[in-house]
Design a binder for this molecule. Structure first.
Ligand SMILES: *Cc1c(COP(=O)(O)O)cnc(C)c1O
Length: 375
């Protein structure tokens, strides 16, 4: 059996090597490393794939979140609501633009924003809400969009983990993660479902004016070279990364199918276990399995993790500490106990190996090793 990896980028690369190498060589031959042709090609390609009117590429997912808030004019004195159970970048972007992160707890079943708790967090200072589409499925968007509309606040979707996840509204409309709110943010960090070979990100919007603003912000506040209309940042997708992403986007559906097959295996093998909670389907959303994250409910998550490690099975904890208990955000004055669901999840979640190259033999070995864990 091949060694089990948490993420296996190498085997995936070897499968698509001729295409990727040719795309890279093409950029090397052109030497158009910044804003070369592959960048606009990829933006068009992605906009078709996710069915978003406008796509603006940028340097990474964190910059996408920051640029989104800047484009909406959010800054000091404003509040932005998000969740404590996320990668820190979501909260960090709010703080970086000078606004105050306001947190609401996540749901017991989906681990994503509890829309029933959103309204209570909204004040006259609230300018936006950032739902996080965690682990590969969409948050409770219909309720979140309704509440945002009622209070006239913007919705920025953190879709960094959920490219291609589809959400069905009660009227039957189907939309992809990141295309439902005012602005959606994607990350192409190598381990994401659509990952490049370095850093990369993109913004999606259906609003032309916002798309123009987003592009200006990511290009030093300018539309025209050396004429800077607003204060911007420098955040661009490298041409090399865009060329790689152009190749990989053609394979994304197959990548997601491979992830779903691995997830199906985990589900059927682990579903009957008393002390393991397998991922629950978020209402109205498909799951693209960026992570396959179980909750270990017998208080022995860390012991199980060690047991697996001793059998050469890597696992990860996304996330071990909620945002409100991170030292960097102590000034928000949250306390232990403020977000009990997020806090409990931090001590229970365990992400199992999940990538496009897992074999049945590996999956069987992982599940059997979990079942053999002495209680
Ligand atoms: C990966 C990720 C980000 C940040 O993306 P980078 O490209 O690493 O900057 C933001 N939010 C979430 C939920 C993520 O998973």
């Amino acid at each position: 059996m091949e060694p089990i990896r948490m993420v296996d980028l190498r085997s995936q690369y070897l499968r698509i090597k001729p295409e990727v190498d040719a795309a890279i060589q093409c950029v090397l031959d052109s030497t158009a490393f910044i804003q070369g042709e592959a960048v606009s090609d990829f933006e068009q390609h992605l906009s078709q794939y996710v069915d978003s009117k406008y796509v603006v590429s940028c340097g990474n997912g964190t910059d996408a979140l920051t640029a989104a808030l800047l484009a909406l004019g959010i800054g000091p004195g404003d509040e932005v609501v998000t969740v404590p159970f996320t990668f820190i970048a979501t909260v960090e972007a709010i703080a970086q633009v000078g606004a105050k992160p306001v947190l609401v707890d996540v749901r017991e079943d989906s681990y994503m924003m509890d829309s029933d708790k959103l309204e209570a967090a909204i004040t006259p200072k609230t300018k936006a809400v950032i739902p996080v589409h965690l682990y590969g499925q969409c948050a409770d968007m219909e309720a979140i969009l309704d509440i945002a509309k009622k209070h006239n606040i913007s919705v920025v979707e953190d879709a960094c983990q959920a490219i291609s996840a589809a959400y069905t509204f009660s009227d039957g409309r189907v939309k992809q993660a990141g295309t439902m709110g005012d602005i959606g943010c994607l990350s192409f960090f190598p381990s994401k479902n659509l990952g490049c070979y370095g850093d990369g990100g993109a913004l999606m919007t259906q609003d032309e004016e916002l798309s123009v603003r987003l592009r200006m912000i990511c290009r030093h506040g300018s539309k025209e070279r050396y004429r800077h209309e607003i204060v911007g940042i420098n955040s661009r997708l490298d041409t090399l990364q865009a060329a790689i992403l152009n190749v990989k986007l053609n394979h994304l559906d197959a990548f997601i199918t491979a992830r779903k097959q691995a997830a199906d295996y985990y589900h059927s093998a682990l579903s009957g276990m008393e002390w393991i909670v397998v991922p629950q389907a978020s209402p109205n959303s498909t799951h693209t399995y960026h992570q396959f994250t179980v909750a270990v409910q017998n208080g022995r998550r860390d012991a199980l993790r060690q047991h697996l490690a001793s059998h050469n099975i890597p696992t990860m904890i996304y996330y071990p500490v909620p945002a409100h208990l991170q030292p960097a955000y102590a000034s928000l004055n949250y306390r232990k106990g403020d977000f009990p669901v997020a806090e409990r999840l931090c001590s229970e979640v365990l992400s199992l190996p999940m990538h496009t190259e897992l074999t049945e033999e590996q999956l069987e070995y992982i599940c059997q090793t979990i079942k053999n864990f002495p209680l």
